[in-house]
Design a protein around this ligand. Structure first.
Ligand code: 5GP
Ligand code: SF4
Ligand code: MG
Length: 467
């Protein structure tokens, strides 16, 4: 998901909608905005679909006055899957004795089921099936006398990944979990003196805000008319940012941890070409997620780069359509082969990841149909053998190709001439760790590749998941 917030600007909702639009790649099912205006109080709107189709309409935006606002773009990793109910669309809102608070959450709470059980037993009335709603109920039960303190209380009980943007009548709040699994950045709007929070820097760029800094892992910032106050409410631990944000999830024009995502992806391609060279005539990306890595692979190998697969710009990210059936159709609806280019050639296809393998298999069919002489796959991440429990939607373990097959078995199953994944060390080198992955102290979360979960997924373990 994507979260965005702004304070200290006229018509905050317009800024929030623009920020959400820039973060649309992080969630395409639905979006919501909450604002506050002294005259109308809190206002909210939730809609299914793209921001450009919903939060651009004058009748919707007119219901969202105020100079402070937050927004959320959703893709379901928890709660109702496949058929998001409007009640699961964030931000969530709670009214306490000291005033209201709206919360938008990116990540996944790994002890949400246990918390929900406990809260319901003690009288909480849940409105949604979302894990994120726990935060509001935990805040309601806190004995602290102001909202930021209540939020600290609540989040100390929450396990898992969270990057949160929240607001009260007068304050904008940003928080990251102690490991800093999901991103969150702070920006400043020059002329007006407003502040904003965004999942990624591309959300700042779109409104012309200056990137100030990342919210630190384990940090809470509280922003109001007086400025930015910083707290560290959680025990300090070495951070474990999601390495897959670099590979796929974030936009290539964003900066993560001081690194250009585009440059990192290009470096992954360079590493791949060194680790897994092959004789061929053409390097093609599987657009758009494989493009920077393909550029790197082509540059390092000296094999010409070409657009062998053309993407229909009017389709969203396939994987994010949550049902199997739509996902199956999605590949063809979105991608088509550039026949004239690939005919008779030995083609290297570069993609970001193989999850179920459906994409790879369909692309192989299309490219062989078009007359390619050989098809070689090079993948910009190690085999995805474990599900993510921290906010990226991966299927259960049994549906992951790499959980049940060796690399050679996957190659045969997909039906291609060769298949190679970047090594975990190679990936770490590409994100700037010259010595590769330090097994005693890995700098990133890489659980979907390594199976080493930095936070025990306790709800899942209770359901029988074996690490
Ligand atoms: P598959 O067809 O193997 O199940 O899916 C892999 C494709 O889904 C990749 O091309 C990747 O670009 C895309 N994708 C979209 N969202 C995600 C995600 O959240 N995780 C992963 N691993 N791949 C995703
Ligand atoms: Fe990111 Fe994978 Fe960790 Fe999930 S398991 S947070 S996708 S690195
Ligand atoms: Mg892809």
């Amino acid at each position: 998901c994507g979260v965005f917030g702004v304070i200290g600007v006229a018509d905050a909702a317009n800024f929030v909608a623009l920020g959400m639009h820039a973060l649309q790649h992080r969630g395409q099912e639905a979006g919501g905005i909450v604002t506050h205006d002294p005259e109308t109080g809190f206002n909210s709107a939730r809609r299914f679909g793209y921001v450009r189709d919903t939060f651009t309409k004058a009748d919707v935006m007119a219901t969202l006055p105020g100079s402070i606002g937050i927004g959320h773009v959703r893709y379901s990793t928890a709660g109702s899957k496949g058929n998001t109910a409007i009640r699961d669309v964030q931000p969530f809102f709670g009214e306490f004795a000291m005033g209201g608070c709206a919360v938008a959450h990116n990540g996944n709470i790994t002890n949400a089921a246990a918390l929900r059980r406990e809260l319901i037993e003690r009288g909480s009335i849940f409105q949604s099936s979302s894990d994120s709603e726990c935060i509001i109920h935990l805040m309601a039960r806190s004995i602290q006398r102001n909202i930021p303190e209540r939020m600290k209380d609540a989040l100390r009980r929450v396990e898992g990944a969270f990057s949160i943007v929240a607001m009260t009548r007068t304050k904008l709040i940003g928080v990251r979990d102690a490991l800093g699994v999901r991103p969150l950045v702070l920006g400043r709007l020059g002329e007006s003196g407003g502040w904003c929070l965004s999942s990624e820097t591309c959300g700042l760029d779109i409104i012309g805000a200056e990137f100030i800094r990342e919210i630190e892992p384990g940090e809470m910032v509280v922003i109001d008319a007086k400025g930015v106050e910083s707290f560290h409410p959680f025990d300090r631990r070495p951070s474990r940012f999601c390495i897959f944000e670099h590979v796929y999830f974030s936009r290539p024009d964003s900066i993560l941890g001081g690194r250009s995502v585009y440059e990192t992806r290009r470096a992954i391609g360079v590493e791949l070409a060194r680790e897994a060279p092959v004789e061929a005539d053409l390097v093609c990306p599987v657009p758009d997620s494989g493009t920077p890595a393909a550029i790197g692979y082509a540059a390092e190998s000296g094999i010409p780069y070409g657009m062998g697969i053309i993407r229909n710009q009017y389709m969203g990210r396939t994987f994010i359509e949550p049902t199997e059936q739509i996902r199956n159709m999605g590949v063809r609806l979105k991608l088509n082969v550039n026949r004239a280019l690939v005919r008779g050639k030995r083609v290297i296809l570069v993609d970001d990841s193989v999850v179920r393998g459906t994409t790879s298999r369909k692309i192989k069919d299309m490219i062989l149909d078009a007359g390619a002489a050989e098809v070689h796959f090079r993948i910009a991440s190690p085999p995805t053998a474990w599900p993510c429990f921290y906010g990226v939607d991966t299927p259960e373990r049994s549906k992951l190709l790499a959980a049940t097959m060796s690399e050679e078995e996957m190659r045969v199953w997909i039906g291609i001439d060769s298949l190679k994944f970047i090594s975990l060390d190679g990936l770490y080198r590409a994100v700037g760790e010259a010595g590769g992955r330090d097994p005693r102290n890995p700098r990133y979360c890489d659980a979907c590749f390594s199976g080493e979960y930095p936070v025990a997924p306790s709800d899942m373990i209770e359901k029988g998941f074996e690490m």
